[in-house]
Design a binder for this molecule. Structure first.
Ligand code: S3P
Length: 171
């Protein structure tokens, strides 16, 4: 199947963009992020799309962004943390080399401070993160060809583990 060499999914703050950038460098290819595509196309921040138009509208924009990126991009692609919530988006991912970057709540707290810049974690970050993961974990697993745990690993180590898991290493 044509399309991206790697598609990264996983919760916000897990390092999809950082690891994606490193992977693209290692593979000598480009990096694309559907959040960035949506912001560029809409000319406004994701938080503003949530506030102005609601999450359902954002998910529809996200599905279109994922479909376009899967069709056009052959490098490394990262999806927003909630992209897997939409059944149509999950269907689009079938057959692609999807990697679920996982982390536990302690790692999430360490890595992001569970900061308030993300609209879905604005009130009680740790509790909301746990609830989000309870609702989403099985969906990440469902779309993923492989799962790479990021706990206690720096981005270089995670990128290495992704290359190993997908057997993308140069000899
Ligand atoms: C979201 C994750 C964000 C962004 C939006 C919603 C989510 O992307 O798409 O704020 O529902 O988990 P990142 O995972 O890149 O932060």
């Amino acid at each position: 199947m044509s399309g991206p060499t790697v598609v990264l999914v996983g919760p916000m703050g897990v390092g999809k963009s950082t690891v994606g950038g490193l992977l693209a460098e290692r593979l000598g290819t480009g990096f694309r992020d559907t959040d960035d595509d949506i912001v560029a196309a809409q000319g406004r921040a994701i938080a503003d799309i949530f506030v102005d138009d609601g999450e359902a509208h954002f998910r529809a924009l996200e599905k279109a962004a994922v479909a376009a990126a899967l069709a056009e991009h052959t490098g490394v692609l990262a999806l927003g943390g909630g992209a897997i919530l939409d059944e149509g988006t999950r269907a689009l991912l079938a057959g692609h080399p999807v990697v679920y970057l996982s982390m536990d709540v302690e790692e999430a707290a360490k890595r992001t401070g569970l900061n308030v810049a993300r609209p879905l974690l604005a009130v009680n970050p740790r509790k909301q993160w746990r609830e989000l993961m309870e609702a989403r974990r099985h969906l990440y697993t469902e779309v993923a060809a492989v799962v790479v745990a990021t706990d206690g690993r720096d981005p270089e180590e995670v990128a290495e583990a992704v290359l190993d898991a997908l057997e993308l290493k140069q000899a």
